[in-house]
Design a protein around this ligand. Structure first.
Ligand SMILES: [Ca+2]
Ligand SMILES: [Ca+2]
Length: 384
């Protein structure tokens, strides 16, 4: 009895009486036998002028089921698939537009109801996408775990670098003191020597050989000191330079926005290529995008890392690379990278939708969102 009740209820739900082409949501505006007011409120007409194949309302709302109004739209229920609207000009035009065939009710066209089949295919592809999202989301958790570990490592390294920089600075300072201490007697000796030499100059006649010899001694003394000085400066320079690079690189890497949970960190210092018939495109995330002719030729910069540029609710779904090589008599090249969920990290397509503005599609697990529970949704489908 319960089943019968349920079936009856279902039937009554499906069999809601309404004029042809009217969606369920607007049923209340089309009350059988009562005057109809155009949905834009412009005028009221007797109900028999609804779907009488003559356009009465400016907004086309009196002819939802005929092609009489140029701006009318027809609602296909498409049971088993997705309901949709089509322009009313497609009613009875001989072409099957609605999968439930309802748009061709009077044209003689033989349409087959494909809604069930379409619905099945859609569910399959949704299922597949959900599975990809599920696997991708698991991978993402792994990426987050690794990124956090990597970040801790890097922070520790930065601390180490700072520590050993201080250590070395102390050592260099000690070396400088040693050097100065060592130079002190030499300086004194040199001064003595120079004085003696001046004495010789003033008191002795200058023979070319003495000048040369004396000069040699002084010269080598000077060059020895220069060497120490040079060496020390070189040590200090190399030390600052090396540490500077190391330091800056680490700091730079730590400062990047790798996503809410650092899930995009693994893309840093990686590059991904896509070869088309003409070019090799290369995306190095957080760095730059380039294009190189496949058969030789120089590389073109299509933009350097700019920012995350997705819409407010999913800012991490789009990357923007800017200020690439300038176009001839045009702006500098830029690239928009759209990220979609996938198990693999790969560039799937590139295009140039408008001049010097490139579009790249990139799949990676880091963008995958937690999928809704699959089992519940498949149950729902079965019940339907
Ligand atoms: Ca009419
Ligand atoms: Ca049609």
């Amino acid at each position: 009895w319960l089943l019968v009740c349920l079936l009856l209820k279902l039937f009554s739900a499906v069999e809601v009486q309404r004029p042809r082409g009217v969606p369920l949501s607007k049923r209340q505006f089309y009350e059988e036998g009562k005057p109809f007011t155009c949905l834009d409120g412009s005028r009221t007409i007797p109900f028999d002028r609804v779907n009488d194949d003559y356009c009465d309302c400016q907004d086309g709302s009196d002819e939802p089921g005929t092609a009489a109004c140029p701006n009318g739209s027809f609602h296909c229920t498409n049971a088993g698939f997705r309901p949709t609207f089509i322009p009313s000009s497609r009613i009875n035009d001989g072409i099957c537009d609605c999968c439930d065939t309802t748009d061709e009710y009077n044209s003689g066209a033989t349409c087959q109801n494909t809604c069930r089949e379409l619905g099945r295919k859609e569910r399959e592809s949704l299922q597949k996408m959900a599975e990809i999202a599920k696997e991708g989301f698991l991978l993402k958790q792994q990426l987050i775990h690794e990124a956090n570990r990597g970040l801790e490592d890097k922070k520790a390294k930065l601390g180490d670098v700072q520590g050993s920089k201080k250590d070395l600075e102390a050592k260099v300072e000690a070396l400088r003191t040693v050097k100065e201490a060592a130079e002190q007697p030499e300086r004194e000796a040199k001064e003595r020597h120079l004085k003696a030499w001046e004495g010789k100059l003033s008191f002795k006649s200058i023979s070319p050989s003495t000048v040369c010899n004396e000069h040699d001694i002084t010269g080598s003394l000077v060059s020895f000191k220069l060497n120490i000085k040079y060496c020390l400066s070189l040590i200090v320079l190399l030390f600052n330079f090396g540490f500077g690079i190391c330091f800056r690189n680490l700091e730079k890497e730590i400062s990047f926005d790798f996503g809410p949970s650092s899930e995009f960190a693994y893309l840093y210092s990686q590059c991904y290529e896509l070869t088309t018939s003409e070019y090799i495109y290369r995306l190095c995330p957080f760095n730059r995008v380039t294009q190189k002719p496949k058969f030789g030729g120089s590389e073109t910069n299509l933009g350097s890392w700019g920012k995350w540029a997705g819409p407010e609710d999913s800012i991490y779904s789009v990357m923007k690379y800017e200020h690439g090589t300038g176009c001839w008599q045009g702006p500098s090249r830029s690239t928009t990278v759209k990220l979609t969920c996938g198990k693999e990290t790969v560039v799937t397509s590139t295009s140039e939708p408008s001049r010097c503005e490139y579009l790249m599609e990139f799949t990676c697990p880091a963008i995958c969102q937690e999928p809704p529970n699959l089992e519940i949704s498949s149950h729902e489908h079965q019940e339907l």
